[in-house]
Ligand binder design. Sequence first.
Ligand SMILES: Cc1cc2nc3c(=O)[nH]c(=O)nc-3n(C[C@H](O)[C@H](O)[C@H](O)COP(=O)(O)O)c2cc1C
Length: 354
Amino acid sequence: MEKMILIRPGSISSDSRLGTILDAMDLTERVDEVIESEEQLHPIQSRKILFAISLDESGINLEWSRMLGTIRRDPWFFYGCTGGVIVDGVSELYTKSVGREAVLTANLAGCMFPGRGLVEGTGSLHNYEVAARNLSVDLPEAYQIYARELENRLSNFVPPKFLRPKILVLHASIRETSNTLRLWSMVKKHLTDSMEIQEISLQNGEINDCIGCPFTTCLHFSEKGRCYYGGVVVEQVYPALEECNGLIMLCPNYNDALSANLSASINRLTSLYRRRQFYDKYLYGIIVSGYSGGDIVASQLISSLSLNKTFILPPGFALMETANDPGAIQEVEDIEEKAKEFARKIRHQMCIGK
Ligand SMILES: Cc1cc2nc3c(=O)[nH]c(=O)nc-3n(C[C@H](O)[C@H](O)[C@H](O)COP(=O)(O)O)c2cc1C
């Protein structure tokens, strides 16, 4: 089996909690290089990488911060790699934010992530309450099982390719004025020859947010292919999502977040997700901010749809641009070239022989 590289910044003693997890995973046969410091870090191509990040009481790992700096300076740093991340914390906070920051940074440097590419251990391990109950094990054992399962999935991951992929595009913008929709149209014209594209607007009609039904009620609706609320999410988005091989989210930055309709429709996927997961589908994002903060919106897509809802995160999954006034996206330097290159990446990733 292909060997992996283990990046564990700051060296982890084997009597620490993360050290115990890694020891129990018995990686010696499956890892051929261990990188513990920024000085040892070097560009890596076409390899599987397991990141194991241990945080201190304040949620910081200084060696990892130094590594982030090096990775961010080179957009090809992890060209062709596939990754998985384990973040272990002492407190209840920051494991998720450090994890998704690691995923975003590595992804923008060319690293792909299979769905659910992050395993976290909060200080108390209370994040494994439900998993431990379902598996009839204690909290540390549940953590161990999840970490081993991630490593297994990473080892066996083969990205899917398609003859003529089906793409679902979700948006909630107004066509005449939206910079985000205009940027999508620049990308789209380079995809139509090789893909089947379906666009769904969440602008028309009211999108109710998830009401948070009890588990059994949600399951009951899920088995019938429905949700407590009906409407466009159930009637159009569910079937299109089941059919598609890739999802492109068109995201204007609204108060450093996804807009309300997009966010609500992601929450409403829970019912469909109970019936089928999305490990076989790619996630892409086109994000336009008026001023700044594209990385925050990208992180939101990563945690909601890839880390939680299991979509594959292909390398460089998001095209992020800044344009404020209506039509201003046209004025961004080399924008047509950037759109064309983003479309080329999508075709190269998803299509057989492209
Ligand atoms: C309600 C609202 C909130 C916004 N919040 C932000 C923001 O927090 N940061 C930012 O950079 N731009 C913000 N913008 C500007 C948009 O991101 C900007 O207009 C961009 O072109 C994308 O929107 P569009 O596709 O609708 O044109 C906001 C716009 C609206 C309408």
